[in-house]
Design a binder for this molecule. Structure first.
Ligand code: TNX
Length: 528
């Protein structure tokens, strides 16, 4: 069975004339059977579209300079980040110079090439030989992605030699996201920046921030100051909670942007709003503010749909969040509004979507919005499971037929807060367990019946934090599963193969260790 699957993947690779070295790696006579035997190019995660190993490699030395396209501040920024990432691993000074001229050779080069339009926003080409390594791309984001591939080609141990060969690579999906819930348990900007750095290595390009929920409101809003001051001072379990100032949020957005990661802020409505309701009595239909909430139930709170004041609140909050956010989307939640009658839900979501439109941003929401009326251009985020009723799936497929786009984050595949197995200490298990294989072994392009790949914007791995309270727990739950989801978002479908992937993932073990990530050593992976 294993052999047949690997063979199938291999034939598909041949049909696409991509090398798909990874698809071959897992099985078959003479194929490498242990992660230590994988070549440097076979170890790249996410698997690139094409690799062609061969020829002499390039040894980084004390004299190596990283040269970036002359006159490009962005290329230089990518060079600085690459140098900063490689210095600790290699112990080399790796000077960066913004003086690269077309035609010159040798050393490390990060080159914007106006003729390389075929690489699109994020694609790149990397070539390594005895003289040096050149990454070229059409856009700075592509240079940054290529620089991550280069980082992975520098061995975690031993001499800093970039193996000879080339990569040419573009992503399968435009949206490759990770979400962090800082509402149930508060996490600081510094903690989220660390996650951003980890994700960047695997070419994740969207950071979705779940900023508000029943247990806490985490972003300062000038026009409604009690949201953060009062509504932010709580969290699950009774801890102190906390919130981000606008300057802190801006700083994180900038940090993510330097890593070509777009921030999608989420203000969850009309349910999941107890922190707001507790902060302002006027947002409640009763006119009475409830107590703050530190438990982990969902579905009990609702904004007061019949009050005009509610829509002033929505407009004020979305306007301020939009002003802080350069990204395209505002996520307005819309999930588990079990305390909002359906007709009220639909009328509320119509007005909330219009309020997003007024800010100039596009709507993103959980897939329950399909049960109301998504505005043209809305992106729905699927978080159902294999067991979700067919009618709910069909509702989403119908919205897609009317033009909605989909980000897929199936709870029973890509939710990072779900236990790996019965022995996992933190985590929930409402959709079952999600072992590393299950998180990887599915296809975002064909996952939902009636939703063609062309309607799938991409994939996301959400990390909810009702029962995840510390950075160590975050590491354990996210890694290694988030790497698999990143590969599902980036790599060609033909390259996806669990038997091969588990070996490549095993080779990431020392990389994760070097980065100080306390990952879960799943017994399904033959860790190096
Ligand atoms: C469902 S996913 C939720 C969240 C919980 C999560 C826990 C979604 C839109 N709603 O409120 O945190 O499950 O796994």
């Amino acid at each position: 069975m294993r052999y047949l699957r690997a063979l199938g993947a291999l034939l598909a690779c041949a049909a696409l004339s991509v090398s798909c070295t990874d698809a071959r790696a897992g099985s078959g006579a003479g194929a490498p059977g242990a992660p230590a035997e994988l070549s440097a190019y076979e170890r790249i995660v996410p698997a690139p579209a094409r690799t062609a190993p061969g020829g002499p490699g390039y040894r980084l030395t004390a004299a190596t300079v990283i040269r970036t396209t002359a006159g490009s501040r962005e290329a230089r920024g990518v060079g600085e980040l690459l140098a900063a990432a490689l210095r600790p691993a290699t112990g080399l000074p790796l000077r960066v110079s913004g003086t690269d001229a077309a035609g010159a050779a040798g050393g490390v080069r990060l080159r914007l090439d106006p003729a390389a339009g075929a690489y699109g926003e994020e694609g790149y080409r990397l070539q390594a030989d005895g003289e040096g390594v050149t990454v070229s791309a059409y856009r700075p984001a592509g240079l940054f992605r290529g620089a991550q591939t280069l980082r992975q080609l520098v061995p975690a141990e031993g001499a800093p030699v970039v193996a000879g060969g080339s990569v040419s690579d573009t992503p399968r999906f435009a949206y490759r996201g990770a979400m962090v819930d800082i509402a149930r348990h508060f996490f600081t900007v510094a903690q989220v920046k660390r996650y951003v750095d980890q994700l960047a290595l695997y070419k994740v390009n969207v950071l979705h921030l779940h900023l508000t929920d029943d247990q806490g409101w985490r972003l300062a809003v000038d026009s409604w100051p009690r949201l953060a001051e009062y509504g932010g001072a709580s969290e699950v379990g009774g801890g102190p909670g906390g919130h981000w100032t606008k300057e802190e949020y801006r700083d994180l957005v900038r940090y993510a942007g330097e890593r070509y990661m777009e921030v999608v802020p989420e203000i969850d409505m009309p349910g999941h709003t107890n922190a707001a309701l507790a902060s302002y009595a006027e947002l409640n239909c009763s006119g009475v503010a409830p107590a703050r909430y530190t438990g982990i139930k969902v579905g009990f709170s609702s904004l007061c749909v019949g009050k005009e004041r509610t829509y002033e609140f929505v407009a004020d909050v979305l306007r301020e969040v939009a002003a802080l956010t350069p990204g395209r989307w505002l996520h307005i939640g819309g999930d588990e509004a079990h305390s909002t009658p359906h007709d009220q839900y639909a009328s509320f979501m119509a007005r909330a979507q219009a309020a997003v439109g007024d800010t100039g941003k596009k709507v993103m929401a959980w897939h329950q919005l399909a049960g109301a009326e998504p505005v043209p251009g809305a992106v729905l985020q699927w978080w159902g499971t294999d067991k979700t009723k067919a009618a709910e799936k069909e509702q989403v497929a119908a919205a897609v037929r009317k033009g909605a786009k989909l980000v897929v984050s199936p709870a029973d595949r890509s939710y990072l807060d779900i236990k790996y197995d019965a022995a996992t200490k933190p985590g929930l298990s409402w959709p079952g367990y999600v072992p590393v294989e299950r998180a990887y072994d599915w296809d975002p392009g064909t996952h939902l019946p009636g939703v063609p790949e062309s309607a799938v914007l991409g994939v996301e791995a959400p990390l909810w934090t009702e029962v995840i309270a510390t950075p160590a727990e975050l590491d354990l739950m996210a890694f290694p599963r988030v790497i698999g989801v990143a590969e599902l978002g980036w790599s060609p479908a033909a390259a996806l193969d669990w038997d091969a992937y588990r070996l490549r993932l095993a080779a990431q073990g020392p990389v994760l260790t070097k980065l100080g990530i306390g990952f879960y050593r799943s017994p399904d992976v033959p860790w190096l």
